[in-house]
Write a protein that binds this ligand. Sequence first.
Ligand SMILES: C[S@@+](CC[C@H](N)C(=O)[O-])C[C@H]1O[C@@H](n2cnc3c(N)ncnc32)[C@H](O)[C@@H]1O
Length: 244
Amino acid sequence: MSRPLHNTSIPLTREGQNLTLTLEYDPLQVYAPKAYSSVLLVRNVDVKPDDVALDLGTGTGVYAIGIAMLGARHVVAVDISEQALETARNNAQLNNVAEQIDFRQGSMFDPLQEHERFSLIVSNPPCLPDPGEIDLVIPGTIMLSGSDGTQHATMLLEQGPDYLTPEGRIVFVYPSTSNPRKIFGLLDRYYNYEIIAEIEIPFYLHFLELWTYLEGLKAAGLSDFHEKYRVPYRTYWLFRARPK
Ligand SMILES: C[S@@+](CC[C@H](N)C(=O)[O-])C[C@H]1O[C@@H](n2cnc3c(N)ncnc32)[C@H](O)[C@@H]1O
């Protein structure tokens, strides 16, 4: 028997008109939308009517569907997980934007054709540092991104420019716990960028499970977080970046 689905509603505004993005999902199959990343980006991204967008790691489809509802001409949404894509397809229908979105299964840029170009690339990339010896509850496992958590964000920043139109931009979220020095290094070197938002969130679930490992990374300069009332907090950034 299938479990009842979770249901999340996110208010959006388009040209002064109030819209509601509705997402249904099983949090044991698909990354459940989070306020500090999923909501942060979809409620702060600037969408233009002519935008052709790419959503890398779509999960429930939150960005792809939100961007379509906010007026983008067309969106390509990629995820490595079939369950995520099935969830995202259903959610696109639920929000009446299925015709604007092309869902593709595969890893990061792999499902794209060489000639495809986008004016907007969005992503909340997998970024859990992988200690190599811990069992995380699914879908945690699929969020692992190399020993310091940078594997997918590095692909995004290194390969993204090949798929952008000349004025195109990458809007993405990233946490301080996953070797931010490396990601800021790539941004400084290859992009003009701004931090649109910066918020602090306490460790939860997988981050509490990885706390000891993260302490080791922090000691090696590969992770950054701080404590408030002895509770560990990490920073989440929302970036807008254009290749130099
Ligand atoms: C942090 S979640 C973000 C989901 C959604 N964008 C959001 O913000 O709620 C990352 C997503 O990337 C997907 N993913 C993991 N590895 C991937 C890969 N190599 N290529 C594409 N997607 C991947 C996961 O299945 C997951 O849905």
